[in-house]
Design a protein around this ligand. Sequence first.
Ligand SMILES: *Cc1c(COP(=O)(O)O)cnc(C)c1O
Length: 830
Amino acid sequence: MSDTATKRNVKSYACGTADFTDDAGQECYQRHLMYDHVVPSHEASQRERFEAVARSLRDLLTQRWLLTQQTHDQENPKRVYYLSMEFLIGRALSNNIINLGIEPFVRRELQADPRQDWQEVIETEPDAGLGNGGLGRLAACFIESLATLQIPAMGYGLRYEYGIFRQTIENGFQMEQPDHWLAEGDPWEVARPRQTVQIPVGCRFELHDGVLRAAPGHTTHLLGVPYDRPVVGYGGRTINTLRLWGAASPDFFDFGEFSSGDFVGAIVDSILAETVTRVLYPDDSTRAGQALRFVQEYFLVGCSLADIVARFRRGNDDWQMLPEKVAIQMNDTHPAMAVAELMRILLDEAQLGWDEAWDLTVRTLAYTNHTLLPEALEKWPVRFFELVCPRLLEIVFEINRRFLADVQQRYPDDPRRAAGMSLIEEDGERQIRMANLAIVGSHSTNGVAQIHSDLLRTRVVADFAEMFPQRFNNKTNGVTPRRWLLAANRDLAELITESIGDGWVTDLSELRQLLPLADDAAFRQRFWETKQTAKTRFAQWLQTSTGQVVDPNSIFDSQIKRIHEYKRQLLNILHVVVLYNRLRENPALEIPSRTFFFAGKAAPAYQLAKLIIKLINNVGRVIDEDPASAGRIKVAFVPNYNVSLAERLIPASDVSEQISTAGYEASGTGNMKFMMNGALTIGTRDGATIEMAEEAGEENFFLFGLTAQQVADSRGYYNPHWHYQNEPETRAALDLIFGDHFSRDEPGIFTPIREALLDRGDYFMHLADLTSYAQAQQQLGQLYADRDAWTRKAILNVACSGKFSSDRTIAQYAEEIWNAVPCPVAEGDS
Ligand SMILES: *Cc1c(COP(=O)(O)O)cnc(C)c1O
């Protein structure tokens, strides 16, 4: 990270020809500032300054980016393609500066400008919120690690004009605003209209009363225009590409309608075509099942496979080489149509026979499963396939016919098994089971944490695991330490580097060298101060941007993630009400002062999740106003959770809440970000939290509650009423909520929550875990009072977080699934 290393890594500079670290960089910035918007530089807005910096950086990385592509074209290595409907990227500026290694330059040149508030310029960049949550953020971490590991790789996704909605809170309710992040353009992207691909669609789109409908019988085309974003690996050596497809329609002069005189109709068609990539569907874990979403998935697969195959053909003339040169990873089942689409290409375009095409398809594709929630397993009506891509439906039917014949041969006289494994669900409306298609049509199916992979194999798709045992494997998730530690927590990163050197940035297991420092009082003191600084900084930001006032001397306790019943924000707020009751009953009670932060979006159609947000806000208001609790406990709901908010709040958190019902959180990645940043976890034995506790030792975690096995075993006889009747604190908390203590002016508003918890059986077992949760919380509070003991554990957590780098995850995918190796890009000038 020294200046000379910087110069070596990012040598020449496109704006001038000189090194970016000399005056040419400043010149380039000034030129963009003035010429891109034709304003005198002293009148430029913050946004214009941001664009000028971003453009200068893009100029700077252009030659490396081209050199990466040339190197890959020349060496013709095996390439990895990561197909994902979501990439939750967040901001790119800070990360690109850090990964290019030009921070010293930026600090010197840009911060020297007195007119420029650097922090404000960074904040001008909108989050690229092209995802809902963990799954999309994982894709973003993965492509960064792929570039850092110098693996020839490309991400493929959609260029949504509207990302995940912006959340505001009004009177405690979530409000959704459109996130038009592209309104002012994206200075990082490069449009490549010359590489446009054409996707056949078996229907036309029509608008009826504002609803987009598919009308059968007219085959049309969609155009996919690639928009490329650079993905800078740490050190700036490899710059891979994230290719996002924007939908367009063919020039209307090509339309039959035009020659037959329907000029307006042709233009309307072109507008409708463009709606395909207009907006990201804001559902997390549950699928809404709309036809437009189906078209989006088909569009991603059609565009990406055409592009991948064309690139393969440029470097190879033998189709047999496909699995040697191409690995395609499907992020969940959203791109699972790739199975049928690759078959279509190999059958119809390459003219291969079925068996050969099938062998190549299976060896090229791999699938990552992300969920254990049965309602989140995707199914698409056969009718949608018929309408949009009838040829793919024919292929799916043929895959299924052959597959069921195999099943029949292996398990004669087991129709129940065959019906469960069929790619087609025959009950009710016929639907294609996308997970079954993905498993049958690929050589690898992985879960994202050990427990998740185990449950997948033994419960969710046990019949498949029995038939194809060698296909099933685990790849525990990780997060990139560049964004989540080096960039997000500069102070802690510096302290670590000062103590053990900077090797941890690309080999996070080196954090183990911090272990002995947990017993070093001076180090503990500095570690503590780092956390205090982050807390104070966050408190200031929160007050400035939302008006909420929090005390940096209180414990910062955070649950930030999508709002979902299985993640159990409700359990957290129930515990807050238990604490509040204790304070009301015994004003002299000594409890450590605590701020409970909540942040997260609820899917707009998920009414109960939205009501949980309302409850959290109402409890927060009453607690603030009641002298029994004010200043002792506080609830702060921070609106509009996104990547940038996570980057601020995680470094400032003392406590990480990972309290899902055991057996339901596939992995989690928020849990890992907190661990690296020195928070202690209170959590259930679920997802990757289990492995985190294994790494750090359970004595350094606050684990509580039912295990996944116990949850499964108690289904059928679990009775929430028992807890209500026999646990006084549980009863008092529920009585307070449902007696409208937190909703004086809105009586009965929380009734649906009461119904879920008591009348409908409390499916996620909040009441079963509330008592052990409260006990764990109490122990946690006691430990916090012993600053040395607390800090010691926090340091041990950081030291043991090395496994949860996405570099480790990607190295395992590369070796065990993709058989891909790094393809280093030469140092120095191109
Ligand atoms: C990491 C992250 C998530 C995933 O959080 P979990 O706690 O694993 O659900 C979701 N959203 C954002 C913005 C994130 O940064």
